[in-house]
Design a protein around this ligand. Structure first.
Ligand code: DX5
Ligand code: ZN
Length: 230
């Protein structure tokens, strides 16, 4: 996929109906999702547990856009090949998940995927300064990872710093946690281009009533784009 900095909305299926992932993925894509964000949690790096490679592999045929897999697991390296086989387009690992993020990002690319690097709220932008040339995305967590539906932590200064550090490199800045039509303009204006949203996309909708997903996605996108135009 070619690189661009247009605003992209990546619904997190953490807020979908867990008994109906295939239909939920098809519904959000039909309603305008640009990417599908898949939250993998291990009950160790974060205090919650979701799913692993076999589930991600089962999602794959339903995802026609771009499958963005956010690993909240430690260690990461023993699992990279399994997520490549499961069909992840992008695999994102946390800098806090181990001592060798440089090696991890190289291994993700060597396995044929785009490589993302994630920062918890307390981790400074400088933590990724020396891996920018081997990554495709920096994910800025605006909640402490583990759960959907938490309130947004304002880290726009960190986003601005990352945007300046990245310069002309083809690297996305993704925001994850508490993204709504109210918070999206702050991070878009600071330089983020990929907005993950779980509760703000799935709230009020269902596979029987998918138009709500569409309205929710549009509301986030329009708020973010208005901040860039203004
Ligand atoms: C949190 C996950 C997020 C989460 C976002 O650990 O990484 O992707 O689903 O949920 P909302 O948008 O509800 O904050
Ligand atoms: Zn996530």
């Amino acid at each position: 996929m070619s690189f661009d900095r247009k605003i992209k909305i990546a619904p997190s299926i953490l807020s979908a109906d867990f008994a109906n992932f295939g239909a939920e993925i098809r519904a959000i894509e039909a309603q305008g999702a640009d990417w599908v964000h898949v939250d993998v949690m291990d009950g160790h790096f974060v205090p919650n547990l979701t799913f692993g490679p076999p589930a991600v592999k089962a999602f794959r045929p339903h995802v026609k856009t771009f499958m963005d897999v956010h690993l909240m697991i430690a260690p990461v390296d023993p699992w990279i090949e399994a997520y490549a086989e499961a069909g992840a387009d992008m695999l994102t690992a946390h800098v806090e998940a181990g001592p060798h993020i440089h090696r991890t990002l190289q291994a993700i690319r060597a396995a044929g995927m785009k490589a993302g690097v994630a920062l918890n709220p307390a981790t400074p932008a400088a933590a990724v300064e020396h891996v920018l040339d081997i990554c495709d995305m920096v994910l800025v967590m605006t909640v402490n990872p583990g759960f959907g539906g938490q309130s947004f932590i304002d880290l726009t200064e960190k986003v601005r710093r990352l945007r300046a550090m990245i310069g002309d490199r083809p690297i996305h800045i993704q925001i994850d946690g508490g993204v709504t039509p109210q918070t999206a303009p702050l991070v878009a204006a600071a330089g983020a281009d990929v907005l993950v949203a779980g509760s703000a996309v799935f709230r009020g909708g269902s596979v029987e009533n998918p138009a709500v997903y569409g309205a929710n996605i549009r509301a986030i996108r329009e708020a973010a784009e208005a901040a860039l135009a203004g």
